[in-house]
Design a protein around this ligand. Structure first.
Ligand code: KG4
Ligand code: ZN
Length: 397
């Protein structure tokens, strides 16, 4: 659900309502169909950028073609705020896609201490960090808030307590400077960020979005027009990486995924024959819960005890045993992606024969092994792989 909101109190109540409705859940509900066109409310703003900005916003968020460009794209400057999970992030971006600044404050310490994201702790950490992160993004861009054309904030999916912090900050800035607010769908942002770095990425394209909370295969036909080809029926791949990393006693301050990727380089990926999920299901959906169970059993059967025995204090045998599990897990986790992408490419080409790109984005897309393996799938199909740089794959402003 992508909303485009302006800073008058009435339209904003949509976000407030969404937050309220979702407060009994830890995650925002996944919109179905995956994304809908944004809704636009009239702007009552006095900000001189507004009428021009409306055409920009129509172009970028609603799937409607811009009617007229009364403002050059490079003159439009947006502050983006993202607090959907455990990173407090802000960025300043021009309408032509130029990133003027990008700041991320990580909660890796909290992640390591609590073994996962604790929503209340994460909310508090966002509250502590948000003003500084936003100010830093503005400073790095050499801009003041009054120079902005609009403020964008993630409105979901994500942890409702955390999303609220970013949305409130966006609302405060917008209210103070009479700026429009653009509500951003977290996964749509992961998909479309590729357009900032790959200027000749045109619709339609296929996108694989792989993060801590989502596994999605979507056919992006146009702005605001997406067809979901597959999703996870249980856990997302990032969750499986994080759990496996924790069970193997890795240093979670690095982030579970990056720590596991590093250890896997030392291991033998063929040493444990985990079964590949959902081979019998001829669709594009994903499942990682079964693989997690297989990993857990492998750790238990090898009598690897990670309690009070982090990887840093493991002896050589113990370390190589853990590395074998990490590498074997990663091989199968990514084989599952390969299977599903292969089929999704076939499906997508039937629906839209003109697609020529597979975008891979979301935190797990920063993994080098994932990129290498998927590049083979894509090359064999005559498509090209578009992966944003790691700093744009993980959550960012
Ligand atoms: O998109 P993202 O930053 O936040 C969510 O929307 O969830 O993705 C975070 C996920 C985490 O599970 C993290 O462990 C994973 O992305 N991740 C990685 C790597 N870097 C981040 N997984 C595997 N290898 C990596 N290098
Ligand atoms: Zn994300």
């Amino acid at each position: 659900m992508a909303f485009l909101l302006f800073s008058s109190p009435l339209p904003f109540s949509r976000v407030a309502l969404l937050l309220k409705l979702s407060s009994h859940r830890s995650w925002f509900p996944n919109p179905s169909p995956f994304f809908t066109r944004c809704r636009r409310s009239p702007s009552h703003s006095l900000n001189p950028h507004h009428s021009q900005l409306k055409s920009f916003c129509n172009a970028s968020s609603s799937g409607l073609k811009p009617v007229a460009w009364s403002m050059a794209r490079e003159d439009v400057v947006i502050l983006g705020i993202e607090t959907s999970c455990d990173d407090t992030a802000a960025a300043v971006v021009r309408g032509n896609g130029e990133i003027l600044s990008q700041v991320v404050s990580s909660q890796a310490d909290l992640l390591a201490r609590y073994g996962g994201v604790a929503p209340k702790m994460a909310e508090e950490a966002h509250i502590v960090a948000i003003d500084k992160v936003v100010q830093q993004a503005l400073d790095n861009a050499n801009l003041a808030a009054q120079d902005l054309s609009a403020v964008a904030a993630t409105i979901g999916p994500g942890l409702s307590l955390c999303l609220r912090v970013g949305v409130c900050k966006a609302r405060r800035i917008a209210g103070m400077h009479n700026l429009p607010i653009v509500g951003i769908h977290h996964m749509e942002a992961h998909a479309l960020v590729a357009r900032l770095v790959e200027k000749d990425l045109h619709f339609p394209f296929l996108a694989l979005l792989i993060s801590g909370g989502h596994n999605l295969l979507i056919l992006a036909r146009d702005l605001g027009h997406y067809v979901q080809l597959g999703t996870t029926i249980d856990d997302a791949i990032g969750e499986a990486y994080d759990k496996t990393a924790r069970w193997l006693g890795l240093d979670m301050k690095k982030g579970g995924g990056p720590a596991l990727e590093e250890l896997a380089r030392e291991g033998d990926a063929d040493s444990i024959k985990f079964s590949i999920p959902m081979r019998q299901h001829k669709d594009c959906n994903f499942s990682y819960a079964g693989l997690k169970t297989q990993v857990r059993l492998a750790i238990e059967s090898r009598k690897i005890c990670t309690e009070n025995n982090p990887i840093s204090s493991a002896n050589q045998d113990d370390r190589s045993s853990r590395a074998d599990i990490a590498a074997s897990f990663q091989r199968v986790a990514v084989l599952h992606l390969e299977d599903r992408c292969q089929r999704a490419i076939e499906w997508a080409l039937k629906i839209e024969p003109s697609i020529n790109s597979l975008v891979v984005s979301g935190g797990v897309a920063s993994n080098q092994y994932v990129r290498t393996r998927l590049s083979h799938v894509v090359n064999n199909s005559g498509l090209r792989l578009v992966c944003p740089p790691p700093s744009l794959c993980t959550d960012n402003g």
